[in-house]
Design a protein around this ligand. Structure first.
Ligand SMILES: *Cc1c(COP(=O)(O)O)cnc(C)c1O
Length: 545
C-alpha cells in the first residue's frame, strides 16, 4: 500500500497534479472531514428525518424559474468547490426543490420511501464499483447475481430442487438477467421471443443475424405482432419500435374498465391472425399489476391459450411481482408460474434504490436466443453475465437485493405487501363513505383510482345522457385536474392522476390515483389527503360548477 502513503504525504507546495491525485484518493482537510461526517451521519442514521427536513420543503416554485438557475453550459476550467461545498449545494440548494418521494403523504407514484439500509448498501456497491458485464471485473459478484436470479426465479416458478441445483451456477444456462429497469426487462423478454419465433431454419440464419426483412421472407409473413391489453405499459410499445416490428404491431386487446384483458377478444384476435397466415404472433403479454389501476390479467386462462397456440407468454409483473412474497396475497398472481418469461422491478416493490429491473425465463436455455460473445471479454462458456444482456457495463445491483433478502426475509417483504393491499382496501372504504367522492377502480393490489364528484353532480350523472352527460364529465375532469394540481403545488400531499375509459362513459374520465407502498402511510394520513382535496374544491373549484 505504499502508493497510498506516498499520496497522503504530499507537501503544502504540491503541484496541481499532486492535488488532483490527493483529491482522487482521500478527503480534504480535517474540517472538511468533520463536516462530511456530520452530513453522512444524518443520512446513514436518520434518513427519514433527513429527507423530511431537506427534500422538497419549499412550496410551489415554478419549474421555469428554477431552470433559469441552470443555464451555464460551460464546464469550469478549474475546480470551483470543495467536496463539502458540493455536498452543501446538493443538500441546501438542490434537495429543497426536489421531490420528497419518501413522505407518507406522497401516495401518487410507484416511487416512494426505501428502507435506510438500502442507502448504505447502495453506497457500498458504489464503493466496490464492480462491473458485472464480465468476471474479470466482478468475480464473486457475478456468481452472487446468478444465485439471486435463481432465488427470484424460484419465487416465481417454484420448480424442483434438482432444477435449481443444476442451474444456479451452470455456465450453460441462464435463469434471468438484471436490467436497468422494467422497460429493459420487457424489451429483453420480447427480444428473446422474437428471436425464438423467427429463429434459424433451412437456409435462414435467424432474425438476429439477418434482420426482419429476410426473416419475413423466410417465414413467408408480412407482419409480426405482440398482443397486450389496452392497459399494458408503454414500454411494450417502445419495444415494438426497437425490435423493428413497428410499434403499431403491439396490438391492444380489449379490456374491461379495470384494465384486465377480455379473454374473448384475445381469442378472437389470435384466431384472426392465425387464419390470415401472413401474421406471426411473437408473444402475448399478461400484466400482473397494471401501472394505472394495479389490476391483474387472468393469467391462467391466458397461459392456457398461449400453450394451445404455441405462443410465448410473457407476464409483466414489474409492479406486482413481489406480491409473491405474501402468504396471504401471492394467490392473486396464480398463473404467473405458467409464463415463459416474467418481468419484475427491483426498484418498485422490492424497495431497492433507483434503478433495478429483472427478467426471468422458465426455460433456462431460452436466453441463448440473445447470446453475444466478444473475444476480448465475454467468452463462450464463461459466466460473464454480459453475454445475454441488453446492457454492457452494469452495476452490481444484485448485491443490494442479496442484502435486502437477508435483512427482511420473504416474510418482511410479505408484510410490506400486506400493509399496502390492506391499506388500499381501507382507503377504498373511506372513499365510498364520503359523499363527495367516487371510487372508480377498487383495489386488487395496492393501487386504486377515484375522483372528486360532488353529490349533486352524482345525481345529474344518473339522469342525463348523451351530450349533457359528456359536458358534466368534462367539468368533473377539469375539477379533478385542478384539485390534483393545487394539492401537488401546495407540497404536503401528492396523488397522481390518469384517465380511464369506463363502459358507461363515451369518453375517458380523469381520475386520481393512489399507490400505497410506504409502511408509514396510514388511514389517518389518507383521510387528511381527502380532507385537503375537499378543502381545495371548496376554495378553488366550487365556482366551476
Ligand atoms: C413500471 C412499470 C414498467 C416500466 O418499468 P421501468 O422500471 O419504469 O422501466 C413496465 N411495466 C409495468 C407494469 C410497470 O409498472
Amino acid at each position: 500500500m505504499n502508493y497510498l502513503k506516498q499520496a497522503k504525504s504530499f507537501s503544502k507546495t504540491a503541484t496541481e497534479w499532486d492535488k488532483l491525485v490527493r483529491k482522487f484518493i482521500c478527503y480534504e482537510t480535517q474540517a472538511d472531514k468533520e463536516k462530511l461526517f456530520f452530513y453522512m451521519q444524518q443520512i446513514l442514521f436518520g434518513l427519514q428525518e433527513f429527507l423530511h427536513d431537506h427534500v422538497g420543503v419549499t412550496e410551489a416554485i415554478d419549474l421555469k424559474k428554477l431552470a433559469l438557475s441552470y443555464t451555464d453550459t460551460r464546464i469550469s476550467d478549474i475546480p470551483q468547490k470543495k467536496l463539502t461545498e458540493v455536498i452543501s449545494e446538493i443538500i441546501d440548494e438542490i434537495a429543497p426543490h426536489a421531490v420528497n418521494v419518501s413522505s407518507p403523504y406522497f401516495v401518487g407514484h410507484m416511487t416512494a420511501a426505501i428502507p435506510s439500509f438500502m442507502v448504505i448498501l447502495k453506497a457500498l456497491v458504489a464503493a466496490l464499483n464492480q462491473n458485472v458485464v464480465k468476471l474479470e471485473t466482478s468475480k464473486v459478484v457475478s456468481v452472487i447475481e446468478r444465485q439471486l436470479a435463481a432465488k427470484v426465479h424460484r419465487l416465481i416458478y417454484d420448480l424442483d430442487e434438482k432444477f435449481y441445483n443444476d442451474n444456479v451456477q451452470s455456465v450453460d444456462t441462464t435463469l434471468g438477467c438484471f436490467t436497468e429497469g422494467g422497460t429493459a426487462a420487457n424489451m429483453t423478454a420480447l427480444w428473446v421471443a422474437r428471436n425464438t419465433a423467427l429463429g434459424p431454419k433451412d437456409g435462414f440464419d435467424g432474425v438476429e443475424k439477418e434482420g426482419l426483412f429476410s426473416a419475413y421472407k423466410a417465414y413467408d409473413i408480412e407482419r409480426a405482432v405482440v398482443l397486450v391489453s389496452q392497459r399494458g405499459h408503454y414500454s411494450l410499445t417502445k419495444a415494438g419500435g426497437i425490435l423493428g416490428i413497428g410499434n403499431s404491431n403491439i396490438v391492444r386487446v380489449a379490456s374491461d374498465c379495470d384494465g384486465t384483458v377480455l379473454i374473448n377478444d384475445l381469442k378472437e384476435k389470435i384466431d384472426t391472425f392465425t387464419r390470415d397466415r401472413k401474421t406471426k404472433i411473437l408473444a402475448v403479454v399478461g400484466v400482473a399489476g397494471t401501472t394505472e389501476t394495479g389490476h391483474i390479467d387472468p393469467l391462467c386462462e391466458m397461459a392456457d391459450i398461449c400453450r394451445k397456440n404455441n405462443i410465448h407468454f410473457h407476464v409483466d409483473a414489474a409492479w406486482g411481482g413481489p406480491t409473491l412474497t405474501s402468504e396471504k396475497y401471492a394467490k392473486l398472481l396464480k398463473g404467473i408460474e405458467l409464463a415463459d418469461s416474467v418481468t419484475i422491478d427491483g426498484h418498485k416493490q422490492f424497495y431497492m434504490p433507483m434503478t433495478c429491473g429483472m427478467v426471468f425465463f422458465k426455460d433456462p436455455k431460452h436466453m441463448d436466443a440473445v447470446a453475444y460473445y466478444a473475444k476480448y471479454i465475454i467468452r463462450k462458456g464463461s459466466v460473464d453475465l454480459g453475454i445475454k444482456s441488453i446492457s454492457g457495463s452494469k452495476e452490481a445491483n444484485s448485491l443490494i437485493l442479496h442484502g435486502a433478502f437477508e435483512l427482511l426475509g420473504k416474510r418482511g417483504y410479505g408484510m410490506l405487501i400486506d400493509h399496502g393491499i390492506e391499506l388500499a382496501m381501507e382507503f377504498a372504504e373511506e372513499i365510498r363513505k364520503r359523499e363527495n367522492f367516487q371510487l372508480v377502480t377498487s383495489p386488487k393490489l395496492n393501487i386504486l383510482t377515484y375522483r372528486y364528484c360532488p353529490t349533486r353532480i352524482k345525481q345529474d350523472l344518473l339522469s342525463r345522457t348523451g351530450r349533457e352527460r359528456a359536458e358534466i364529465q368534462e367539468k368533473l375532469n377539469e375539477i379533478n385536474i385542478n384539485i390534483q394540481r393545487i394539492q401537488r403545488e401546495r407540497g404536503k400531499s401528492f396523488v397522481s392522476r390518469t384517465a380511464l375509459k369506463r363502459k358507461e362513459d363515451s369518453e375517458e374520465i380523469v381520475v386520481l390515483r393512489a399507490v400505497l407502498m410506504n409502511p408509514l402511510t396510514n388511514i389517518d394520513i389518507l383521510k387528511e389527503v381527502l380532507d385537503e382535496q375537499e378543502e381545495i374544491f371548496e376554495k378553488h373549484c366550487k365556482s366551476m360548477i
